[in-house]
Design a protein around this ligand. Structure first.
Ligand code: SAM
Length: 304
């Protein structure tokens, strides 16, 4: 059953953290993103939700009145809905899976095939077992990646992390309360549909799969249908349309010539910041390095 509480909370409380480690997660760019926020806004839209790092921080700061959270990944949205509505059942499954968090054979023989057998149609099923298995795989697989093959089967290998902690119960309870707040809506859909009803004064944060900085970079492999150059162009069009509608739009992306071309107007007006983030990328010798990322806004930014 959905419990209602007011959105936002007392800023003195411990900030809520994402309960999944999602590729491209924004935890390390939070300060830079917070420095680019509009002074005020109506509804907050996060249509490439992933781990939801910015939403949870804004919620913890009491800055969310209404929010529309969405992503096209069915497994991800199913998991959010289960955390919101079936927390007790989820925690008891996680307690069970925690006992197997250090077992490679359990990962390959039980968890991954079990996850792949349970296919979702809409992402709105609230399948508790699927959600528990997603959290198990997310915390035990290589780099917390979400990658599926052409049949839609999750195929990320074991991550060799010893016996990682799958969940923090206190944080999970806070996440669940945040998602249950009055005015917070969660939906499985593409970003276009998600922002269809954004209006003047609303704030849209676009954090799409990044434009690859190297051919072999796997940043865009979140879903069977990856984010192409055409998708980046269509997203830039949506950014302009929303801005013309009076929405305040902020976007993060990699620093590539295409991104610079698509957002040339904002960049030439100084409505951008560059932040450094540690990312797993194959063009940097060790496979990990600090790379510059763009934060681009449709509204003027304060001088630094
Ligand atoms: C960079 S991640 C978002 C990371 C997130 N901001 C965080 O802090 O963890 C991009 C997300 O976009 C989603 N996605 C990819 N294509 C999409 C589309 N066309 N519409 C909506 N979501 C999409 C992926 O499932 C993935 O969760």
């Amino acid at each position: 059953m959905k419990m209602l509480a007011h959105a936002g909370r007392d800023a003195s409380q411990i900030p809520i953290s994402p309960f999944l480690k999602w590729a491209g997660g924004k935890s390390q760019l939070l300060d830079a993103l917070l420095g680019c926020l509009p002074d005020s806004f109506g509804c907050y839209f996060e249509p490439f939700l992933g781990g939801g790092a910015l939403f949870f921080r804004l919620f913890s700061m009491g800055r969310i009145r209404r929010a529309f959270l969405s992503d096209s990944n069915k497994d991800l949205i199913n998991c959010y809905l289960v955390v919101r509505d079936e927390l007790g059942a989820l925690l008891s499954r996680l307690e069970h899976y925690q006992k197997h968090a250090g077992a490679k054979d359990f990962f390959y023989e039980v968890a991954r095939p079990g996850f792949n057998r349970r296919k979702l149609k809409t992402g709105h099923e609230k399948d508790v077992e699927k959600a528990a298995l997603l959290i198990y795989l997310n915390k035990t697989c290589y780099n917390g990646l979400y990658r599926v093959n052409s049949r839609g089967d999750f195929n990320v290998p074991w991550g060799r992390y010893g016996s990682p902690k799958l969940y923090d119960e206190r944080n999970m309870r806070s996440v669940s309360a945040a998602l249950n707040s009055k005015g917070v809506e969660i939906r499985c859909c593409g970003y276009r549909e998600a922002v269809g009803h954004a209006g003047a004064g609303d704030f849209v944060y676009f954090d799409p799969p990044y434009q690859p900085i190297a051919r072999s970079s796997s940043f865009t492999q979140y879903t069977p249908d990856s984010f192409s150059e055409g998708d980046q162009r269509a997203l830039a069009e949506a950014f302009r349309e929303l801005s013309q509608r009076g929405c305040k739009v902020m976007l993060s992306n990699s620093s590539t010539p295409l991104v610079e071309e698509l957002y040339r107007d904002c960049i030439s007006q100084g409505s951008f910041r560059i932040a450094m983030a540690a990312r797993a990328i194959s063009c940097v010798g060790s496979g990990r390095g600090r790379i510059p990322e763009y934060i681009i806004c449709s509204y003027p930014l304060k001088r630094q």
